[in-house]
Design a protein around this ligand. Structure first.
Ligand code: FAD
Length: 505
């Protein structure tokens, strides 16, 4: 078995980095990529400018191999587009002879198993090699064996649906020709699709921000409506100047300005259940309230992993995030939004199935905020472990830039709450102490938080019981779409935000 290669699934930045680390350790990997060229997922968003500069987007082992072949690092402070990343880094890396010779393009891994073993069979399971079933683009099939597998297949190929419950909305499939999942190239290849159109954008992450800003940059887009399930507008726009990646922070600030200008109509706290095609256009509904008709929909509601390929393997996957189970506590967006994740490597990524690892974007499952740097450190550690260098595998080093939105979301997104504008520390203490910041168990912390934030006026437990809210709104604040009937501390902005004026009963 030791003669077999380590199989790497996916030639994205993390899969290619895994290959580079394996090569640096004297191994010959086989890299399997379903696209016709490397980094096929990044090719889908080649027009998007990244928020981390070049220096944060490259892997040290890959850089060492590239520099040995005469490559020169681009400006480390430059913010590349996806296309820049492909041209200046990923394609040269994939074209290195040591990698190119072992890269199988146009080949999809459709299943992975232990050869001769189904999931149930245990005895001597670990002695069996992995069997990867491959589907090639020409329709042919193949099977290969591997002594270990590193799954770096990402999540970009599996977008979440539009439906607010995580399943497709009624009518979503039937109207798929009017729906774009991801970030359309509104200013380039997809330009004509949006000319004179009324466009609905769904989602609240950076992908939605990018799509909205591109649409808003065009005067010939007839109408832009932005729907998000989120109610907390302060966190909606991200960390702004507190974000340690300024380009990431500025996305939210630019979008806020566009919303405040009225160019984008924001409908927040809205969960789409149904799409209906009418003579006037496509009407989205949450079951009780319809939005104005639109012509096109952009869905940027996040991504999820395709775990079907490893159905025959024994995995520890978090039931909520579908991430590697051991990572869930530090990446759960219900609890964290900082973006700073403790360094982790092979030990945290170990699976019950020996010598099988899920890395990269896929290791985070449905959680957002994955950064390439995280993946590069993951694969450095995993490869060290696979070659038996556990000392190096355990020494994980990673300092990630924070988003500047380091606070808890969960109370603010649900029940009436003033947690959202409170100081981080107080909210976290309160949140940890009870399931709700408004719970009287954490009343003292809530009162402190409310007065520290200046957004809410703390009220007594008796008043809380009567009003059903944890605090009273400060008079100089605007009530922003807070359907919970709570204290309305959704934002501390003093500028009016266009809201719900395109909703019709
Ligand atoms: C629009 C956008 C902007 C981003 N900007 C940044 C940024 O500025 N900084 C940052 O650090 N991170 C950023 N990220 C997050 C993340 O770092 C990238 O998504 C990164 O590409 C993830 O790398 P990956 O190798 O894990 O996955 P991917 O890049 O998704 O690569 C996975 C590869 O696996 C292939 N594949 C999938 N399934 C199979 C299969 N079954 N068989 C064979 N091959 C398969 C795919 O074709 C793809 O080439 C951004 C993400 C997006 C979507």
């Amino acid at each position: 078995m030791s003669q077999l290669p380590v199989a790497v699934i996916g030639a994205g930045p993390v899969g290619l980095a895994a290959a580079a680390h394996l090569i640096s350790r004297g191994e010959t990997p086989v890299i399997i990529e379903m696209g016709a060229s490397p980094a096929a997922n990044i090719r889908k968003w080649a027009h998007v400018r990244m928020f981390s500069p070049f220096q944060y987007n490259v892997d040290p082992a890959s850089v060492a191999l590239l520099e040995a072949a005469g490559w020169q690092m681009p400006d480390p402070d430059h913010l590349p587009t996806g296309a820049d990343m492909l041209r200046d880094y990923l394609e040269p890396l994939a074209n290195l002879p040591q990698i190119k010779a072992n890269l199988r393009l146009n080949t999809k891994v459709v299943s992975i198993a232990r050869a001769g073993y189904d999931k149930v069979k245990t005895a001597r399971r670990e002695d069996a090699p992995f069997l990867l079933h491959l589907q090639c683009n020409d329709g042919s099939e193949d099977q290969i064996y591997a002594k270990a597998v590193i799954d770096a297949s990402g999540t970009y190929g599996n977008p979440n649906p539009l439906g607010g419950s995580g399943v497709p909305a009624l009518g979503e499939k039937a109207l798929s020709t009017n729906i774009f999942y991801g970030i359309p190239d509104v200013l380039g290849a997809d330009h004509s699709r949006y000319t004179d159109k009324r466009v609905l954008v769904v989602g609240s992450g950076h992908s939605a921000f990018n799509a909205l800003l591109d649409l808003a940059a065009r005067l010939d887009v007839a109408q832009i409506t932005w729907v998000t399930r989120r109610t907390n507008l302060r966190q909606l726009y991200g960390g702004g100047t507190n974000d340690q990646l300024p380009a990431r922070g500025s996305l939210g600030q630019r979008l806020r300005a566009v919303v405040e200008s009225g160019r984008v109509q924001l409908v927040n706290g809205y969960s789409i259940a149904r799409l209906v095609k009418t003579p006037a256009g496509i009407v989205a509904s949450n079951g009780t309230t319809d939005l104005d008709p639109v012509d096109e929909i952009v869905v940027a509601t996040g991504l999820r992993p395709d775990l079907s390929i490893e159905q025959e393997l024994r995995l520890a996957i978090d039931p909520a995030l579908e991430s590697v189970a051991a990572l869930a506590d530090v990446i759960d967006p219900n609890v964290h939004s900082c973006g700073s994740v403790p360094p982790h490597g092979a030990e945290q990524l170990l699976q019950p199935e020996k010598d099988f690892f899920i890395v990269g974007m896929k290791s985070y499952g449905r959680a957002p905020n994955f950064l390439m740097l995280t993946g590069y450190e993951q694969v450095r550690s995993v490869v060290a472990a696979l070659v038996g260098d556990w000392e190096s595998a355990r020494q994980v080093h990673l300092v990630l830039p924070e988003t500047g939105v380091c606070s808890t979301d969960f109370a603010s997104e649900g029940a009436a709450s003033c947690c959202t504008t409170a100081s981080v520390e107080v909210v976290e203490v309160a949140a940890a102490a009870s399931a709700s910041c408004c719970n009287t168990a954490s009343a003292e912390a809530v009162a402190d938080a409310a007065s520290a934030s200046g957004c809410c006026t703390p009220i007594s437990a008796a008043e809380q019981a009567t009003s059903g809210a944890c605090c009273a709104p400060a008079t100089d604040l605007i009530q922003i779409g807070n359907s919970s009937g709570g204290c309305g501390c959704g934002s501390t902005t003093s500028a009016p935000i266009q809201l719900l004026d395109n909703v019709r009963a």
